[in-house]
Structures are given as structure tokens and as C-alpha cells.
Design a protein around this ligand. Structure first.
Ligand code: DQQ
Length: 576
């Protein structure tokens, strides 16, 4: 597969094929886009550009790279095409922030300018060395004909500059090259390094035949690196892009520095699967003497757990020493067409940074939008103790819900009507949700939110739960985002996304939070147990024409115990 292809992902590829030759894009002015609700807007409407999710003023972005905290500033680098809204000409663009929400764009930090990165500066990570110096290790492409991949290092030119504006690449680059016999075009994305037993270690993603690999490299001086005999872990999954490996405390919500060890710690290994374009993780134990990582769940390698069951890829975490938390950043691609992206002049956003920690069960991570996003909340609109009977819905008014944060607690009147669960779907929430979408009447659910909905409900994106009962009397909770009715615009990829929610619903209670941002719906079920990010492009329900509803398409009544919704302000966003 060519680089351009994997950067786009299978659905964009599908669209590309379908759209070859199509020229359907009409650029509309802001006023036209805000025209009466009966006039559908083009998806290139500026009203569909996100308001508070991370993005540069224009052009293509993909993976977050090298996030770190340095001298009071958060630094975020990201894969960026300075020349257009499609993948290519990749540099490390650079933005800084005091709070991970308001961003200032700086000059690109790492650009192709040495022989070992002259055809591209691909993904990588930052490590803060013991004397406080940040080191960036990234993948360089050094041949024009094939994507031959080597690893390079860069350091700040001036460590006293808290904004780290300039980076230098020592003459001894590259620091790691693939060995004979290795797949040289599938060898990339070094992780943050960790230190133990007198050695630094870092992982590099790779592929051996069809086996995805996390190669371990060791160094005493951070300059000379030697591959450990065994990979940290591998599985028959295809290429592992952007591996991430970090410790989490067994209890509590704090994060840990990547070099912390001990009995009170578990480890998380994440790989971004090139074949599916989703980020999967396992939780396990790591022995830094044998250099082995063993997932707790013997079936973990079959990739049961995902950070996000929607559009979220090539993510990376970092330890934030200022708030002692681990923060997760991820890329969400567009799900419109390439011609549309070119007409818009931009493509790609990052999810709202999420704090992550281990669920008390030890079986999964929990995720929650960082608290700093709450500074964008305007006046709250609240609803309490409202019953939504079978087949009914109500509108939440009093805010511009096209750019909003909504938190809702539901209570199901009775679980008796839960539909039987077909175990054939145990590993395929997405298929189940595709069959039983938001409009398919159920027993307990579907209930949830219709967001970015038009007044006549012709357009709407449903974010909802549906409860089943398995053969052992246990309830199975499904969380879905159904965008099949999200837009009247043609040529959009509109998959239903879904994940199971490992929660005890016997009390009937479950919560949902959705961050709505014009063309993004980023949702957190059961306080961060299951997350789904979707890109949607309404043609009517945009700007002030977007409405927010609570709906219940199940037989059992549900109650909204509390709902609070806030219109969200726009932060500083890289000068856009
Ligand atoms: N994106 C980068 C690669 C990485 C991929 C290139 C993942 O380094 O494997 O832009 O999206």
C-alpha cells in the first residue's frame, strides 16, 4: 500500500473510488450557509469547520506527535502538509498551549532537511531526559523511490526557550536503521523512551510477514541503540503503527511518568492497526529484565479493547507532570470526500485531550475530557426528572447546540423488556448497531440524544444506548452513534459506530456526555467506559439550525434524571 493510501484509510479510499471524476463541490459563503433551514448547505460550509477541536487554520493534519510539558507550556507537534488538504509533504507542525485547549501556532519544528529525512518527517515521540532536555525521536524517509524508514533524533537549539521554537538534528543521524531482512517500509513511529536498569528502551512499530511487532531498542546514552532479541509483543494483525507503552497505577486516577515501575503499576500497550485504522490496547504486566510484556487477557491479542469505537487513530499519550495525569491525544480524519477536503482547504482534527486511568476492575481504561475544556462552557441549560415515554422525544432549547457540551444521566424504568442478546454479536458491536440502528424499536432503548438535528428531524445523528439480556440473565449494554441520517449531502461515509459498555446497569442508571462541534460528535458513555467519535456533515442542521433532542425508541419508559447542556465558546485555535 502506498503512503497516501494508508494515510487516508479504507473508507476514504472507498469514497475516492466512488467519486473519481465527480465535481460536485460548490463553495458557499457564510451567509448562504446560514440560509433558511429548507435550503441544504454544501458540506464545504464554513459553519461545519470545528470550533473547539484542535486544528490548524488550513491544510491536512494527521497524527499527534511528541506531546510534552516543558517549562509551563504544553507542546503539541503533528503531522502536517504545508502545501494542501491531502496527505503529503509531511513536516512536524508545532503548537503550544497553557491549557491544552487554547493553542498558538509556531513555525514547523521538524522539516525535511537532512539526508535521512529528506522525503518526509513521520511520526515519533518526545522523551524528557534526566537533565530536563527534551529529545524527539521520529521516523525519516530517506529514499525517493520507496518509503525506506529510519529513525532520527532532534534536540532544542535553545533549552532556555520555553516555546522550544528551534530544533537541531545532530550530524550522527540516523540513530536507527532497519537491519537486513527487516521490512524496511514498515518500521516506524518510535515511542517515548523509558529508563530501567541502566538502559533506555523505546519501541518501534513494525511488520514481519503478517505479524505486527513492537520492536524494543535499548541504549545507555540515548544515541547508540541496539535492538533487543525479542519484540516486546507481537500479534497476527498486520502492521502496528504508532505503538504506545506506558504504566498506569493499579488504583486512582493519577498518571505516571513513563519510567515508573513497581508492584502498584500495570502497563498499557497500544497499537494502531493499519489494516482496520483503529487503536487497540491491552493491559498487562511488564518485566524489564526479560523485556517481556504479557497481556492479562489471554484473548487480548484479538483486540477486544479500543480507546474509541469511532473515528480515532494514531493516538499518543503523555505524562503531564503539572497535573500528574496521563493525557491521550488522537487524530480524527474527515469522512467526506477528497474533492470536498480540497474545496474546504482543510482536513483532519484532533479529539479533545482525554485524561486516562485504569478502571477499578483493572480490565479497561477510563477516559474523560480534560477538565480545562469546561472553561469554554457558556450559561448552562438544565432539565431534571423528565420522563420520556416509549416512542417520545423532547427538545432541549436555550443554547446553540451546534457547538455544545451535553451531560445527561438516564434512568430506565424497568429492565424487564430487554431484548435477548444474540451471542453471535459478542465481538461485533458495530454490526449489531448497524442492524439495530436508532430508528429500530427495541425493548430497553434505543434511548439517548439526537444531536445536530434539523427542526423536522429529517437530519439527525443519534448517540444512544440499547440494553439486551444474555442467556445467563446478565444485561449487555450497547452504545452506538448512528449517523445514517446525519446529512442530506451525498458522497459521505456514514458508518454506525458502536461498542459494548462494561457497566452494571441493574440500578437502571447510565450516563452519557457528548461534545458536539459542528462536524464532530465525541461521546463518552458511562463516565468514560466507552467512547465514540464521529465526523458528520449536516446540510440543514448547521449553525443556529441545529437542534438537540432526547429520544426514546424503546418500549420501556426512561427518565432523564439530570441533563445539563452548555454552548461552547471558541478558544484560541492557532490563529484561525
Ligand atoms: N502516519 C505517519 C506514520 C504513521 C501514520 C505518516 C499513522 O508515521 O505510521 O504521516 O497514521
Amino acid at each position: 500500500m502506498g503512503a497516501q493510501q494508508w494515510a487516508l484509510g479504507p473508507w476514504a479510499l472507498l469514497l475516492l473510488v466512488q467519486l473519481a471524476g465527480a465535481s460536485h463541490v460548490v463553495h458557499r459563503s457564510l451567509e448562504a450557509a446560514a440560509a433558511p433551514a429548507s435550503v441544504p448547505a454544501s458540506i464545504v460550509s464554513p459553519l461545519l469547520r470545528t470550533g473547539y477541536h484542535f486544528q490548524p487554520p488550513m491544510n491536512w493534519i494527521n497524527d499527534p506527535n511528541g506531546p510534552m510539558y516543558y517549562k509551563g507550556w504544553y507542546h503539541l507537534f503533528y503531522q502536517y502538509n504545508p502545501k494542501g488538504a491531502v496527505w503529503g509533504n509531511i513536516v512536524w507542525a508545532h503548537s503550544v498551549s497553557r491549557d491544552l485547549i487554547n493553542w498558538i501556532a509556531l513555525e514547523a519544528a521538524i522539516k525535511p532537511d537532512i539526508p535521512s529525512d529528506q522525503y518526509g518527517c513521520w511520526s515519533g515521540s518526545a522523551t524528557i531526559l534526566p537533565d530536563g532536555t527534551p529529545a524527539i525521536v521520529y521516523t525519516g524517509i530517506d529514499r525517493p523511490d520507496i518509503n525506506y524508514q529510519v529513525q532520527n533524533i532532534a534536540f532544542p537549539k535553545d533549552k532556555s526557550d520555553p516555546l522550544l521554537r528551534e530544533w537541531v538534528k545532530p550530524g550522527y543521524n540516523p540513530i536507527i536503521v532497519p537491519e537486513p531482512g527487516m521490512n524496511v517500509t514498515q518500521f516506524r513511529d518510535p515511542t517515548t523512551a523509558w529508563f530501567a536498569d541502566g538502559h533506555w528502551r523505546m519501541l518501534i512499530g513494525g511488520l514481519r510477514d503478517t505479524r505486527g511487532m513492537a520492536y524494543v531498542y535499548r541504549s545507555r546514552d540515548f544515541r547508540h541503540w541496539v535492538r533487543a532479541k525479542h519484540p516486546l509483543h507481537s500479534a497476527l494483525t498486520g502492521m502496528w503503527e504508532c505503538p504506545d507503552f506506558f504504566p498506569v497505577p493499579k488504583s486512582g486516577q493519577n498518571g505516571l511518568d513513563t519510567s515508573e515501575f513497581g508492584d502498584k503499576v500495570k502497563y498499557v500497550l497500544k497499537s494502531s492497526l493499519d489494516l482496520t485504522r483503529y487503536d487497540y490496547y491491552t493491559i498487562g504486566t511488564y518485566n524489564n529484565k526479560t523485556e517481556r510484556y504479557v497481556p492479562d487477557d489471554p484473548n487480548g491479542d484479538y483486540h477486544r479493547l479500543r480507546y474509541d469505537y469511532g473515528n480515532f487513530y494514531a493516538s499518543k499519550t503523555f505524562f503531564d507532570p503539572a497535573k500528574r495525569r496521563r493525557v491521550l491525544l488522537g487524530w480524527a480524519n474527515e469522512s467526506d470526500s477528497v474533492p470536498d477536503d480540497k474545496a474546504k482547504g482543510w482536513a483532519g482534527i484532533h479529539a479533545i485531550p482525554r485524561k486516562i486511568w485504569l478502571d477499578p476492575s483493572g480490565k479497561q481504561l477510563l477516559q474523560w475530557p480534560i477538565e480545562e475544556v469546561e472553561q469554554l462552557r457558556g450559561k448552562p441549560v438544565s432539565v431534571g426528572d423528565k420522563v420520556v415515554k416509549s416512542g417520545e422525544h423532547f427538545e432541549v432549547t436555550g443554547l446553540g447546540s451546534y457547538q455544545a457540551d451535553v451531560e445527561v444521566s438516564f434512568e430506565v424504568s424497568s429492565l424487564d423488556k430487554a431484548e435477548p442478546f444474540d451471542p453471535a454479536f459478542s465481538n461485533d458491536a458495530q454490526k449489531l448497531c448497524g442492524i439495530k440502528g436508532a430508528d429500530e424499536k427495541g425493548g430497553v432503548g434505543p434511548f439517548g440524544l439526537w444531536v445536530l438535528a434539523s427542526a423536522n428531524l429529517e437530519e439527525k445523528t443519534a448517540v444512544f444506548f440499547r440494553v439486551f439480556k444474555d442467556g445467563y440473565g446478565k444485561h449487555v449494554v450497547l452504545m452506538c452513534t448512528d449517523p445514517t441520517k446525519s446529512s442530506l449531502s451525498p458522497d459521505l461515509y456514514k458508518p454506525t459506530f458502536a461498542g459494548f459498555v462494561d457497566t452494571d446497569i441493574s440500578s437502571g442508571k447510565i450516563s452519557l456526555r457528548s461534545l458536539i462541534d459542528r462536524s464532530v460528535v465525541e461521546s463518552f458513555g458511562a463516565r468514560g467506559k466507552t467512547c465514540i467519535l464521529s465526523r458528520v456533515y449536516p446540510s440543514i442542521a448547521i449553525g443556529q439550525n441545529a437542534h438537540l433532542y432526547v429520544f426514546n425508541n424503546g418500549e420501556a419508559d426512561i427518565k432523564v434524571s439530570h441533563l445539563t447542556a452548555w454552548e461552547m465558546k471558541k478558544p484560541l485555535m492557532n490563529g484561525a
